[in-house]
Design a protein around this ligand. Structure first.
Ligand SMILES: [Fe+2]
Length: 241
């Protein structure tokens, strides 16, 4: 496998277990928007799962070709279109499950072929052990996925901020979700968010914990006052920090 495929906009990161698991970072673009999709690769059984696929199908095809893996499932952190755009065509093409939290399916009405509602129970795809962590706040059923020492966070946690919250209740939930992540992540866990605002995906949690202002608040009231401060674009799916 190539470790860099810059021409194709794909970057590979060794994600633990002595190279058994790798993460292909796919930078996806649509008009002026940029999202990160991740292909998690199991080099033993030659299977992969993809996180939040959107927009650039050719990059998914190239990453599958580069890694020589078969797509065995689609993990969705939440239902916003910039995270789910390719879920339906990929599920049809590869006849693989699409996983989303039961809460998010209920709240959003999202549908895709082979859609499977999940709770917090873990499961495995080959060597890839997937531990979902329910993290409401940006959306009512937002899910992070813990795979080895890697966390795929969608719009819950960015290196530089956290996802937008629509109201006070949502911001309280976001605070609790971030506190929950702080209580269970190891310093060396790599963070793979849905968006970047300057830092490369795959930052260590210890660094994010130190630098991210949203992880510094000591109570939900101060957190909420800051998250809902004036000047935030509350109408956009795509706003973030
Ligand atoms: Fe979102």
């Amino acid at each position: 496998m190539k470790f860099e495929d810059l021409e194709r906009g794909i970057h590979y990161i060794d994600a633990g277990f002595r190279g058994v698991i790798q993460v292909a970072v796919l930078r996806m673009t649509y008009v002026s928007m940029v999202n990160y999709t991740y292909l998690v690769v199991d080099n033993i059984t030659n299977q992969s799962v993809i996180v939040d696929p959107a927009w650039n199908m050719e990059k998914v095809d190239h990453a599958l070709e580069d890694t020589g893996t078969k797509l065995s499932g689609i993990l969705l952190t939440h239902a916003h279109p910039d995270h789910t755009d390719l879920a339906r065509p990929l599920a049809e093409k590869y006849h693989c499950p699409v996983w989303m939290s039961n809460e998010e399916i209920m709240d959003s009405g999202f549908y895709a072929p082979h859609l499977v509602g999940i709770d917090s129970r873990p499961w495995s795809v080959g060597q890839i052990q997937i531990q979902p962590i329910l993290t409401p706040g940006h959306t009512p059923g937002g899910m992070c996925y813990h795979i080895g020492d890697n966390l795929f966070t969608g719009d819950t946690l960015f290196a530089e901020g956290c996802g937008l919250c629509s109201d006070m209740e949502a911001a309280h939930e976001m605070y609790e979700s971030l506190e929950h992540l702080k209580s269970r992540l190891k310093p060396d866990t790599l963070i793979f968010p849905g968006h970047s605002y300057g830092r490369q995906p795959g930052q260590k949690f210890s660094q994010v914990l130190r630098d991210n202002i949203y992880l510094q608040f000591k109570n939900k009231h101060d957190f909420t006052a800051y998250r809902l401060r004036k000047g935030q674009n509350r109408l956009s799916f795509f706003d973030f920090r």
